[in-house]
Design a protein around this ligand. Structure first.
Ligand code: PMP
Ligand code: GLN
Length: 399
């Protein structure tokens, strides 16, 4: 019998779903899939509920409710000094996930090359390949995840149509520096290429790190599709409201992709996200400040147990090296092991790579209540203290 699409048939279920299911099965504290355990602002949620009752239940305009497009344009101006035409340069999508697919659809023809940076978010490669484009992967190396400039330059060539990258970055917690962004900008100009900028954690940076959209660099205004997510900015991940900011020429093509993917996004949620984006600066600063305390709480706890905790500049993920704990197995085995034996779930970092990957890092999400983080640390500490005498073996789990 004839077969359905080969690429999708060969694609596994996302690691986030797999690990959340495993966590549920074992009653584990889920620090795997990245979702806050406390909903975002009540006034935003109330605005969504009220909008359902005041007649906002039919198709909204295809590129988004005008009030949300205006709010996206206003936050671009407020935070980054970008002047954006709300009518022509914003496309509202069903989550950043759709925004990513729509942006790639807008740019790529079969045979085009796309530069991607590993570790990478799990939807990037399948979408690039479904479009018939060819990925060119460049790797960041732990512990500092610095951009390898010579390798990046070598990945660009005559067929390069675009780069796709994520800052602040999941899972590394890296925030791209102005110098690194400058290097990317130079390559885009030199090779006449575009950038799809996954900036879903734009408001979640720590210490002195500030998010810089590539779009704000000289010459980049017409080359970038900049993607944001209300799920991250308002701690409402189930809402799936995203937004693309791009010059008129690119936004109009991304709108065509959106027209063929979902056409519109629920209008009550759009209305509520517009209310959220109008919040004062204190809300946005408070989001990061609240998460900074959680980052420190989890980082200190993991370090006490013996993990090698890497620094986090942005996002709500910690990458931790578990090799000092003496576990005899890879990261997938480790994450299964701690779920089953310690009652805490994390994500194996190798899931963000294609092929050979570092095998001794686990990603922990810290967007959780302090008591949940404390309970997770307590469980891990008790487990690894008890296991101290006998070498831990991941392979024994499946034996
Ligand atoms: N990009 C990255 C890097 C993410 O971590 C996420 C979170 N799921 C997304 C895109 C997708 O965002 P959304 O939930 O708005 O589709
Ligand atoms: N972005 C979230 C993470 O990295 C989860 C997304 C998902 O479950 N698809 O954990």
């Amino acid at each position: 019998m004839t077969q359905p699409n080969a690429l999708l048939s060969a694609t596994g279920t996302t690691i986030f779903t797999v690990m959340s299911a495993l966590a549920a099965r074992h009653g584990a504290i889920n620090l795997g899939q990245g979702f806050p355990d406390t909903d975002g602002p009540e006034d935003v949620v109330r605005a969504a509920a009220e909008a359902l009752l005041d007649g906002r239940n039919q198709y909204p305009p295809m590129t988004g409710l005008p009030e949300l497009r205006q709010a996206v344009a206003a936050t671009n101006a407020r935070f980054y000094g970008l002047q954006v035409d709300a009518d022509a340069e914003v496309v509202v999508t069903s989550g950043a996930t759709e925004a990513l697919a729509a942006s790639l659809m807008a740019l790529l023809d079969p045979g085009d090359e796309v530069v991607l940076i590993e570790p990478l978010y799990d939807t990037y490669l399948p979408v690039v390949r479904l479009l018939g484009a060819v990925p060119r992967l460049v790797r960041l190396q732990p512990p500092d995840w610095e951009l390898p400039r010579a390798e990046l330059a070598a990945a660009f060539g005559p067929k390069t149509k675009a780069i796709l990258f994520n800052t602040p970055m999941n899972p590394t917690g890296k925030v791209f520096s102005a110098a690194e962004l400058g290097c990317i900008a130079d390559l885009l100009v030199r090779h006449d290429a575009y950038a799809v900028c996954d900036e879903v954690y734009e408001h979640i940076t720590y210490d002195n790190w500030r998010h810089i959209p590539l779009m704000t660099l000289p010459g980049m205004r017409e080359r970038c599709l900049r993607i944001g997510s209300a799920g991250k900015t308002f701690s409402l991940t189930g809402w799936k409201v995203g937004y693309i900011t791009a010059c008129r020429a690119l936004a109009s093509v991304a709108a065509k992709a959106h027209q063929n993917l979902t056409f519109t996004t629920p209008p009550n949620l759009q209305r509520a996200v517009a209310v959220g984006l109008a919040k004062d600066d204190a809300y946005f600063a408070g989001l990061a400040a609240g998460l900074a305390g959680k980052r420190d709480r989890l980082a200190e706890g993991l370090a006490r147990i013996g993990f090698g905790v890497l620094p986090v500049q942005g996002s709500y993920f910690i990458t931790a090296d578990f090799s000092p704990l003496g576990f005899n197995g890879d990261d997938a085995e480790f994450c299964c092991h701690i779920t089953e034996a310690a009652g805490v779930t994390a994500i194996p970092v190798s899931a963000f790579y294609e092929g050979e990957a570092p095998g001794h890092y686990a990603r922990f999400a810290f967007c959780k209540r302090p008591e949940v983080l404390d309970a997770a640390i307590e469980r891990l500490a008790a487990h690894f203290a008890g296991a101290g005498a006998a070498p831990l073996t991941g392979r024994a789990r499946t034996a």
